[in-house]
Design a protein around this ligand. Structure first.
Ligand SMILES: [Zn+2]
Length: 97
């Protein structure tokens, strides 16, 4: 599984898509997608994932787009994304729906 595919899975799960659709779209096996989701806070009912995944990322200091661990600043506002690139990507993907 490539980094791009992993990112796509995150985005598609945040859009409420099921394993089957994602697997088909990315030319992966459904159980590959399922296993990845299980180990990355993306498992369960797609509607719940859509709501809970951003929260899971926040609690675990993970970027919701690429999964990178975020180094939070000691003071000030907490970062939600690892980089401006991921933020832009997130905003763009969300706008489609
Ligand atoms: Zn990122």
């Amino acid at each position: 599984m490539t980094q791009t595919q992993k990112t796509q899975i995150r985005i598609m799960r945040m859009q409420g898509m099921g394993y089957h659709v994602i697997a088909k779209e990315l030319c992966l096996k459904e159980n590959q997608v399922q296993l990845f989701c299980k180990t990355h806070g993306l498992a369960g009912d797609s509607d719940l994932v859509r709501l809970n995944y951003p929260v899971w990322c926040k609690q675990n200091n993970r970027c919701p787009i690429c999964g990178t661990k975020i180094d939070q600043p000691q003071t000030g506002r907490k970062k939600k994304f690892c980089s401006g690139r991921c933020r832009t990507r997130y905003c763009r993907e969300q706008k489609q729906y």
